[in-house]
Design a protein around this ligand. Structure first.
Ligand SMILES: Cc1cc2nc3c(=O)[nH]c(=O)nc-3n(C[C@H](O)[C@H](O)[C@H](O)COP(=O)(O)OP(=O)(O)OC[C@H]3O[C@@H](n4cnc5c(N)ncnc54)[C@H](O)[C@@H]3O)c2cc1C
Length: 390
């Protein structure tokens, strides 16, 4: 066990692992990544891991654009495979969001994203089995898809270790030492590690970790359910990834035969304690989500739900992450509050965090836009659609 470190990252979800990897890549020698359970055992392990670039804020678009570049060339950029499947993404929107939709497409294209509006006929050529009732407009992103959240996190953690980083799983951080307004160390059951840099990437537990530093982070934890359908005998899963705002669901292929379905905004979000929540999905959720999906794919009516489970979101007041240094506690950095959309941006987030910590100034995007202090200033980040669609 290291007794001292240049930096300690708390939490080996995809964002902690990506940040730890980028810290050693940027030149820090002794970086420790501490995980209370196993890697990807928080929100990451349950993620639908949908990767699309349709965001409302230019700095999020910059982050996700860089991330998608990395997902496409992961073996060259990082090393290993994130299980990325580039099947494309369609966004089905109802008529009441048209204005934000136009604005977003224009802004995304101005930042170099390959995206456009397509009509029903063009979508039906790609996926003829879908019923487009209630859909007003459709955005299409050919470079999008989904990845494997465990494989992505494992690849980052693996390359972190290859470069000399130290990963300690099953090692909870139990407290922080802060002296004279500076971070000085972290306490674990295996002893204390002295360090001047702590990154809080503890996902749903990040509010607690922040409190140890005397910092209030406005993060609520909500329970999110998903179902898995066996779609082998109905012609196979949808051929692309869909975010279906018109039905408030999302669905994507899960391997060659199965379909993953979850509920998206608008919906009711239930707050829970991350250490004590109902882990199985509710019967009502399973019925309603399956019904909504089958309304879209009527020919799938014989498909059976074969699994259903829950995961956790760490949600901030404006549904966007808290990134970067924290005023008043030197050396304490937030990398949390990803609000249900933090998988797809993790590769870019890791680079941004490393720039901020090692070079002293993030360059890839305006990290100050994601600062904790935005909540105190009332300078929240707006989004065209609400919730984690951001
Ligand atoms: C059902 C579901 C579907 C989703 N779908 C998508 C999607 O399609 N696309 C997308 O982009 N995002 C999606 N997300 C969101 C995305 O998965 C998360 O935002 C992202 O994975 C969060 O990663 P993280 O590393 O920030 O946090 P987490 O994965 O939650 O990791 C935090 C880690 O910190 C550890 N930890 C906590 N406290 C301590 C401590 N004291 N000491 C040591 N370790 C600690 C935890 O054990 C955990 O492993 C989804 C999330 C869920 C739940």
């Amino acid at each position: 066990m290291f007794r001292t470190a240049d930096a300690v990252v708390i939490g080996a979800g995809v964002n902690g692992a990506s940040t730890a990897y980028n810290l050693v890549k940027a030149g820090l020698r002794k970086v420790v990544l501490l995980e209370k359970g196993l890697i990807a055992s928080g929100g990451t392990g349950r993620s639908a891991a949908i990767i699309r670039q349709h965001y409302s804020h230019p700095d999020l678009v910059r982050l996700v654009k860089r991330s998608v570049e990395i997902f496409h060339h992961f073996d060259d950029e990082v090393g290993g495979s994130p299980g990325f499947v580039n099947c494309g993404w369609a966004f089905l929107v109802p008529d009441y969001v048209s204005e934000g939709f136009d604005r977003n497409l224009e802004m995304q294209r101005s930042l170099g994203i390959d995206t456009r509006e397509i009509d029903r006929r063009q979508l039906l050529e790609m996926e003829p089995r879908i019923d487009l009732g209630g859909v007003d407009r459709i955005a299409w992103e050919p470079g999008a898809g989904y990845a494997d959240p465990h494989a992505t996190t494992a690849a980052y953690a693996g390359r972190f270790r290859d470069r000399g980083g130290r990963l300690l799983s099953l090692t909870p951080v139990e407290g922080l030492r802060v002296e004279g307004g500076r971070v000085a160390g972290v306490r674990t059951p295996r002893g204390e590690i002295s360090t001047g840099v702590v990154v809080n990437a503890a996902g749903p537990w990040a509010g607690r970790v922040a409190a140890w530093a005397g910092v209030e982070a406005p993060i609520q934890v909500t329970r999110e359910e998903e179902i898995l359908m066996e779609t082998a005998e109905v012609g196979g899963p949808p051929r692309l990834v869909f975010s279906d705002m018109a039905k408030a669901i999302y669905y994507r292929p899960h391997g060659p035969s199965r379909t993953l379905v979850g509920r998206g905004f608008p919906k009711e979000y239930r707050q829970v304690d991350p250490d004590g929540y109902e882990r199985s999905a509710d019967a009502d959720f399973i019925r309603e989500t399956r019904d909504r999906f089958l309304q879209r794919f009527p020919s799938f009516h014989k498909a059976l739900a074969i699994d259903a489970y829950t995961g956790l979101y760490d949600v901030t007041p404006d549904w966007n992450p808290i990134l970067g240094r924290v005023e008043g506690v030197e050396g304490f950095y937030m990398c949390a509050g990803f609000s249900g959309h933090g998988f797809k941006i993790a590769p870019g987030v890791g680079e941004l965090m490393a720039e901020e910590i090692v070079a002293g100034q993030a360059r890839a995007a305006d990290i100050s836009r994601f600062s904790l202090s935005r909540f105190r200033r009332g300078d929240l980040i707006g989004g065209a659609y609400g919730g984690n669609r951001a």
